[in-house]
Design a protein around this ligand. Sequence first.
Ligand code: ADE
Length: 231
Amino acid sequence: MKIAIMGAMPEEIAPILEKFESYKTTEYAANKYYEVNYKGVDLVIAYSKIGKVFSTLTAATLIEHFRCDTLLFSGVAGAISPELKVGDLVIATKLAQHDLDITAFGHPHGYVPEGSVFVEADKELLELGKTVASEMTKEVREGTIATGCQFIADEDKKNWIGEIFGADALEMEGASVAVVCDALDVPFFILRAISDAADMDASFSFDEFLETSAVESATFIMNMVDKLVSK
Ligand code: ADE
């Protein structure tokens, strides 16, 4: 087993890198990849930079160049569901691209021919995630995540995404990582901790809670890694 651990921003992988005294840094395809052996299992850790294009490149590199066979994503998201509060964790059961739009040709939002609106997460990793959640005293929910190359700070736009995709949270990388993993047959698990409510206060809330929410997500992901390496 070789596990990829991915975030989009430095803050999202910093709490994971901090767990290791040393790691090997490799520069590849204009990005840095951090390799470490943890309890006998190889991990490759990287942040992609924000958005679907960079996250696609990083996910593909982790799989095709570094030969990772399982991918875990850790990061933050904006809440759509009013039940989700800052710090709560959302495990993606399925993901869609909310900004993919060829509706002019009669297709549904998020769909292109030969694709599908939603990519479903790996069932075994979801089960493992449930076990980890049950052992933690945190609010963890399963839900649909919508991804697009926009920071959403607008109640109407957020509600539109919620209605069209039935999404509980939104962010900027999950669905593209899911498309890569699905196409290359690599099981993936995408976890997000809420940093804001994607409303008019979103940018302030994001700045305030990015680091603490990233730690919540990273702690959960490391518990997943512990379960995977002891299997
Ligand atoms: N990630 C965290 N908050 C977000 C938001 N409001 N929009 C897009 N991505 C996010």
